[in-house]
Design a protein around this ligand. Structure first.
Ligand code: CP
Length: 321
């Protein structure tokens, strides 16, 4: 069920719970820190968080977000520990509250949380008083993904990394697929219009309900994918989240016919568009392999940028505690 979730209250200056926690100046600063950290020699970089402890608390599967946060912490010299729901006392029923306090008692100074519950990072930050980085909470937000997506867009569109209200003016970003269940769509739809972008959400009503218009003022819905694609500077494709469909019926063949980004459709409707996907992809469903691996695709770059962005977020989180 789609609900317009309120922005949670940040209780720690180093936390990142929602993309709306960050001003454009703060995002510019994070982009600059990410660039500097990427360029810094390893011998200096590894001193930055030496002796600090970062806990990764993952209640949902992840490859990109978990690995990049863990590697980012290690590249900065921090010690990391991973607690996942599959192999911890969470399986025995331990609550988020008690798990957070346990991690804090063991010395964790920052917690990276992925949860299937919207708002869980805000709760954890309140309970522990530690900086919490939201690594995706239910259908709510995925703010670090929005930051790495922004960095990728600016880079590939040749735009300055010092962002303002007009940085993306004249650019149209079409986000297509399972908008209903997508925290990536929500964080991007909150952020990109703040830089002047036009954001079009695209998909059938069962995956892109009218209520999605309430994410941010000015966000539009277009049901006809080709119509949307013809206006796109960026085509951001999303996975169908089968694990969250909960009885919603989806005719896969019809979806492919109407919404798959195929090479033929891309070259006919948006031959100059940048193609993005947060991953994981279902090749052959929302996107064709020829597009995912083709010259328009920024998908691998998105993953690479995740490392630097997450180093910057960790640096910010631990600098303030
Ligand atoms: N984009 C993203 O969040 O991917 P993972 O689920 O693999 O972390």
């Amino acid at each position: 069920m789609w609900t317009a979730a309120p922005n949670p209250v940040t209780n720690h200056t180093g936390s990142l719970l929602s993309i709306d926690d960050l001003s454009l100046d703060q995002i510019t600063a994070l982009l600059a820190i990410a660039k500097d950290l990427e360029a810094e020699p390893h011998s200096a970089r590894v001193q930055r968080l030496a002796g600090r402890i970062v806990a990764l608390l993952f209640y949902e599967s992840s490859t990109r977000t978990r690995t990049s946060f863990e590697l980012a912490a290690k590249l900065l010299g921090a010690t990391t520990t991973l607690v996942s729901d599959k192999s911890s006392s969470i399986e025995k029923g331990e609550s988020l509250h008690d798990t957070g306090l346990t991690l804090r008692a063991l010395g964790a100074e920052c917690i990276i949380l992925r949860s299937n519950y919207s708002g869980a990072p805000e709760l954890l930050a309140r309970v522990t008083g530690l900086p919490v980085l939201n690594a995706g909470d239910g259908m709510h937000e995925h703010p670090s993904q929005a930051l790495l997506d922004l960095r990728t867009m600016l880079d590939r569109l040749g735009l300055p990394q010092t962002i303002r209200e007009t940085t993306l003016q004249g650019k149209t970003i079409v986000i297509t697929g399972d908008i209903r269940h997508s925290r990536v769509a929500r964080s991007n739809a909150l952020l990109l219009p703040r830089l002047g972008a036009r954001v079009i959400l695209c998909g059938p009503p069962e995956l892109c309900p009218r209520e999605a218009l309430s994410i941010a003022p000015g966000v539009e819905i277009e049901r006809d994918f080709e119509q949307a694609l013809r206006q796109a500077d960026v085509a951001m494709m999303l996975r169908i989240q089968r694990e969250r469909l909960q009885g919603l019926h989806l005719d896969t063949a019809d979806y492919i016919e109407r919404y798959q980004l195929s090479a033929e459709r891309l070259s006919r409707c948006a031959p100059r568009a940048l193609v993005m996907h947060p991953g994981p992809m279902v090749r052959g469903l929302e996107i064709d392999s020829a597009v995912a691996d083709g010259p328009h695709s920024a998908i691998e770059q998105q993953v690479r940028h995740g490392l630097a962005i997450r180093m910057a977020l960790l640096q910010r989180a631990l600098a303030s505690s």
